[in-house]
Design a protein around this ligand. Structure first.
Ligand SMILES: Nc1nc2c(c(=O)[nH]1)N[C@H]1C(S)=C(S)[C@@H](COP(=O)(O)OP(=O)(O)OC[C@H]3O[C@@H](n4cnc5c(=O)[nH]c(N)nc54)[C@H](O)[C@@H]3O)O[C@H]1N2
Ligand SMILES: Nc1nc2c(c(=O)[nH]1)N[C@H]1C(S)=C(S)[C@@H](COP(=O)(O)OP(=O)(O)OC[C@H]3O[C@@H](n4cnc5c(=O)[nH]c(N)nc54)[C@H](O)[C@@H]3O)O[C@H]1N2
Ligand code: SF4
Ligand SMILES: [Mo]
Length: 677
């Protein structure tokens, strides 16, 4: 396999490792052994050489003087951020000695891994780490913080993460960006829609915020948070009533269309208007557009599913394309996610068979609660590829939990993050440009290989390498802990169960750099649902205790007046880049968008510093007063994280309730009050 490490100068292929659907192909320019420039790879069929600003500035982050170079051990009080350099040997010995003691006295379940997709590489995020913790018998983590409610909801309708091939969407004539700020979070879907727009396509955005995507659209429909299922049901009501459905498609490819037709009679547009804040006239206009324009494509975002009713919401929206038969039209349909097409052999990669007894599973959204209340307690946390002190809900509870003197915490990251400040041992992580890995997008259909371009920064190490060392320290002799990265990739690609992966071998991938899933039909003949069809009526849902038909269920009331939606921003990637001066300057300030009616009531003027609070905590932001949100809702952008003593941590305010499906997070269903600071 090629390694570009020893080449001092040149341009080398690479892939963006961030948790972003676009998963861009990159070209990395090296001079005298250092990366001096990162640009898009023009030959990548989907991302075509354009990349976002965040990653264009990546060299600054790679060579940031703050980047961790050595293992550290805590010398000051817990959380005080005082550390001293130690050797890797001391770090690994300290961790494994402590874990051996804990296993003897309290069992392996006293240890909990806590990770997410800070690096989307399959080996980095769910490879050697999973093998290690399975073998250890540690408590298991349910990784629910991102899209699990939406995925669960979508699965009831479609059977899996199966959507339109985004490359086909250039043929669509109507785009609905539904709760997705794609200009910031999926820029190449915007490029494809822009191309279609030149051929006459119309762009509709449904969102709680007049965000960058809304400003770019032909028609922005503002909606009250958590009410999208009602809007989708109102559209269905009109489609059935006005005979705008595709009967042939419904008969051949779906189950339950008759039940659905009867069921949606109750979602009269005037009633739906009352629930959603969308005028009845607009509901008619939208439904008729959707019924008449074809092909139509819905990009379903993550926003609507970060609510208590998020699973059912996505379940409901995902029924729409079937009603008008869009799945058989080139470019028609929807994307929530597309991971099924590149599913690899995760059993071979993660080795669940190494776990020989039943262990408890902990929902990552409940980490604050778990650190305080769980019996028997969690006594050690190993955190990697994730920054829970900033990104997890009920943030104050999380940070108080991390302060527990008896909790032994290890954090593996590229920077001394807000979470790492609470660690007992900090380990330096190499960047993805320093590792071997393979990447599978959850939006487009390409698998890509990452081969190391530069040597690891300081003494930093990849996730795979650290877990190899930890396995050795724990005296695990299983040969899988000695597998090379190349061997692991081969094991993952050997997956006869996924026909879309048929022609993709390690050799071919090493040769090509990126390869497309073997998808040769617009729409799979049979879906992985119980009936093999699109399930408008789902017996499985009934069995699982949900209404079998798409249904609107309001989010619970809280005793504060304003719904608070703390969404991501343009120049950070979750909390990544929030420590970078340039990115912070591009964002200007952490803002709170508030409707002028709500602002006047509270004596708040544009640009005022305001305090937001509820039972869970408080936070301070700068007011942006106007009409970018509906009255009754306020919106912030970005996971800012000044530390310590910051008041910008929006997750101090977010609830750790669990959504209706998939154990998902409900970041956008909390309520606050706001006053001038
Ligand atoms: N620049 C940038 N790109 C990113 C990220 C980032 O932080 N920054 N994060 C990455 C990750 S991990 C993810 S999961 C994706 C997420 O990207 P998206 O899928 O775009 O999801 P969000 O940005 O969470 O929310 C999208 C929109 O939903 C809106 N929203 C909130 N509640 C509701 C609702 O009830 N109804 C409707 N209709 N809209 C609602 C918000 O106002 C927001 O504009 O982006 C990825 N890409
Ligand atoms: N209020 C609010 N909260 C949210 C959201 C929201 O919209 N609003 N979005 C939620 C969503 S959708 C998500 S996905 C989560 C994301 O939350 P996180 O997964 O915590 O994402 P990041 O904040 O980007 O942190 C990723 C960390 O991984 C580190 N990292 C990168 N590469 C590697 C590597 O190879 N090895 C190791 N060991 N570390 C690495 C980075 O330096 C960074 O510190 O946040 C959730 N939290
Ligand atoms: S963050 Fe997204 S848009 Fe930016 S380079 Fe990476 S994959 Fe592309
Ligand atoms: Mo996410």
């Amino acid at each position: 396999m090629a390694s570009y490490i020893d080449e001092q100068d040149g341009v080398f292929p690479s892939v963006c490792s961030l948790d972003c659907p676009d998963q861009c192909g990159l070209l990395v320019h090296k001079k005298s052994g250092r990366i001096v420039r990162v640009e898009g790879d023009p030959s990548h069929p989907v991302t075509k050489g354009s990349i976002c600003n965040k990653v264009r500035h990546m060299p600054e982050r790679l060579y940031d003087s703050q980047r961790l170079q050595y293992p550290l051990k805590r010398i000051g009080k817990k959380g005080s951020g005082q550390f001293k350099r130690i050797s890797w040997k001391e770090a690994i010995d300290t961790i494994t000695d402590r874990w051996k003691d804990l296993i003897d006295s309290h069992g392996p379940e006293s240890i909990l891994p806590y990770s997410f997709y800070g690096n989307m590489g399959n080996l980095s995020a769910e490879g050697m780490d999973r093998r290690f913790f399975h073998r250890l018998g540690a408590s298991r983590l349910d990784r629910t913080i991102c899209n699990s409610a939406g995925s669960a909801g979508y699965r009831y309708t479609m059977g899996g993460s199966i959507g339109t091939d985004p490359e086909e969407t250039v043929h669509a004539k109507l785009f609905i960006f539904w709760g997705v700020n794609a200009v910031s979070t999926n820029m190449h879907q915007i490029a494809l829609a822009q191309k279609a727009r030149k051929n006459g396509a119309k762009i509709v955005v449904i969102d709680v915020h007049r965000n960058r995507t809304a400003k770019w659209a032909d028609w922005f429909i503002p909606i009250l948070p958590g009410t999208d299922a009602a809007l989708a049901l109102g559209i269905m009501h009109i489609l059935f009533k006005e005979n705008l459905t595709n009967k042939e498609f419904l008969e051949t490819y779906t189950v339950g269309s008759e039940e659905l037709r009867e069921h949606v009679a109750q979602y009269d547009p005037s009633y739906v208007s009352m629930l959603t804040g969308v005028p009845a006239g607009d509901i008619y206009k939208l439904a008729r557009m959707y019924g008449e324009i074809s092909p139509s494509f819905i990009r379903i975002g993550n926003g609507p599913q970060h609510h208590d009713n998020g699973g059912m919401c996505i379940r409901t929206i995902s029924c729409l394309p079937a009603l008008t038969g869009q799945w058989l039209k080139r470019g028609g349909g929807a994307i929530k996610g597309n991971s099924a097409f590149l599913a690899h052999n995760s059993d071979a990669l993660q080795r669940p068979d190494l776990l020989t007894h039943n262990t408890r599973t902990i929902n990552m959204n409940l980490i604050g609660k778990a650190l305080h209340e769980l019996e028997p307690p969690i006594r050690s946390l190993y955190i990697y590829g994730c920054n829970p002190a900033v990104v997890a809900p009920e943030g104050n509870r999380v940070r108080e939990g991390l302060l527990r003197e008896d909790l032994f915490t290890v954090v593996h990251d590229l920077f001394l993050t807000e979470t790492a400040e609470f660690a007992d041992i900090v380990l330096p992580a190499s960047s993805s440009f320093e590792n071997t890995d393979f990447y599978t997008s959850y939006w487009h259909h390409y698998i890509q290989l990452q081969q190391p371009v530069i040597k690891p920064w300081g003494e930093s190490k990849s996730n795979v390498e650290v877990f190899r060392m930890l396995a050795q320290g724990m005296d695990f002799n299983d040969s899988c802990f000695q597998d090379t990265e190349e061997e692991m990739i081969r094991q993952a690609l050997d997956h006869p169960e996924n026909p879309y992966l048929n022609s993709i071998t390690f050799e071919a991938l090493a040769e090509e750099q990126y390869m497309k899933a073997d998808r040769n039909t617009l729409f799979p003949e049979t879906l992985p649902t119980p009936s093999g069809k699109i399930e408008l009526y789902s017996q499985e849902m009934e069995r699982d205790g949900y209404p079998p038909l798409p249904t609107y269920m309001p989010i619970p009331e809280e005793s504060f007046p304003l719904l608070f939606v703390p969404a991501p921003n343009h120049n950070f990637l979750n909390s990544t880049f929030s420590n970078n001066e340039k990115h912070r300057n591009m964002e200007k300030a952490p803002q709170l968008f508030i409707h002028e009616e709500d602002a006047i009531l509270r004596g708040i003027a544009n640009g005022d510093q305001v305090i937001l609070w509820n039972d869970r905590g408080e936070c301070s932001l700068q007011a942006s007063v106007g009409q970018d949100v509906l009255p009754g809702a306020v919106i912030s952008l970005g996971l800012w994280a000044d530390f310590p003593g910051t008041k910008q941590l929006v997750n101090s305010l977010t609830p750790d309730r669990i959504s209706d499906m998939g154990g998902g997070a409900v970041f956008f269903s909390g309520r606050v009050e706001v006053k001038k600071a």
